[in-house]
Design a protein around this ligand. Structure first.
Ligand code: NDP
Length: 257
């Protein structure tokens, strides 16, 4: 197989959770450009309009409305795709929520539980649901959106729930990778730095934090959603055929210091 062919995803079907905007949308586009048929999971049809517009470029993109915290709905989508004869062979667990700036002593039970429910439970429910069908096929590739916040405790803002949720995603990645290698399934994660997306830019207080973050980054800049999607594409493809349980930093060197 040529190196170029290793990146080709023709015949694959990729599910991207939260694929309607920002990093998820770029992942959907990257995988579609490599030839995969895409299923985006979003909570509303309105959220998925930019992903569905990829059809105008000739890509095979479908929407399933669902919330990743709804385990039953995730099972139903996975089963429906399999019964239709085209089960997912790639899963990108991208849907996630951010939260920063709340000191631990002020984090409410609801804040904590919501963070774990979306960022950790959601990743597990989806991996389990789509992974069962991958086990039957004896192949599959799962890529999780972790974060450098799962590796280091970045300053200046306190964000313990988010940091803990992403550390859990990293260990879930390694644990499932070890378990499912025997079934021909690879499970990897990317750990991005601050990326220019609504999750970061919509938080007013982050404007004052950005100079501090840039000073903490050897490359001196934030990342783009496209730069994250490139790493996701690599991990999803056969180009990463020996990689499983890897947490790939996409962070401009942030975690080097
Ligand atoms: P955005 O907030 O811009 O987009 C997240 C997407 O996920 C939205 O489309 C959102 O839809 C969807 N989503 C959220 N919750 C759910 C849910 N319960 N069920 C289904 N879909 C949901 O985030 P980013 O693109 O910035 O981040 C994507 C991933 O990358 C996240 O896991 C994040 O933690 C991670 N990451 C981001 C970094 C960054 O700096 N931006 C850095 C490191 C990691 P809706 O409109 O319904 O909320």
């Amino acid at each position: 197989m040529s190196y170029q062919d290793k990146f080709r995803l023709s015949g694959e079907r990729a599910v991207v959770t939260g694929g309607g905007r920002a990093i998820g949308l770029c992942c959907a586009q990257a995988l579609a450009e490599a030839g995969a048929a895409i299923v985006v999971i979003e909570r509303t049809e309105a959220d998925a309009q930019d992903a569905l517009a990829l059809r105008d470029k000739g890509y095979d993109v479908e929407l399933r409305v669902g919330d990743v915290t709804d385990a039953e709905r995730m099972e139903a989508i996975a089963t429906e795709l399999a019964k239709g004869g085209r089960p997912a062979t790639i899963l990108v667990n991208n849907a996630g929520i951010g939260q920063s700036g709340i000191p631990s002593e002020d984090v409410t039970d609801a804040d904590w539980l919501r963070m774990m429910n979306v960022n950790v439970n959601g990743v597990f429910w989806c991996s389990r649901a789509f992974g069962r069908h991958m086990i039957s096929m004896k192949r599959g590739s799962i890529v999780n959106l972790g974060s450098m916040s799962g590796i280091i405790c970045n300053r200046p803002q306190p964000q313990t729930p988010y940091n803990v949720s992403k550390a859990a995603v990293h260990h879930l990645t390694r644990s499932m990778a070890a378990e499912w290698a025997q079934h021909g399934i690879r499970v990897n994660a990317v750990a991005p730095t601050y990326i220019e997306t609504p999750m970061v830019l919509a938080v007013e207080a982050n404007r004052d934090r950005i100079p501090i973050w840039l000073g903490d980054t050897p490359m001196g800049r934030m990342g783009t959603p496209e730069e994250v999607a490139s790493a996701v594409l690599f991990l999803a493809s056969d180009a990463a055929s020996l990689m499983t349980g890897a947490i790939v930093n996409v962070d401009g060197g942030f975690t080097c210091w």
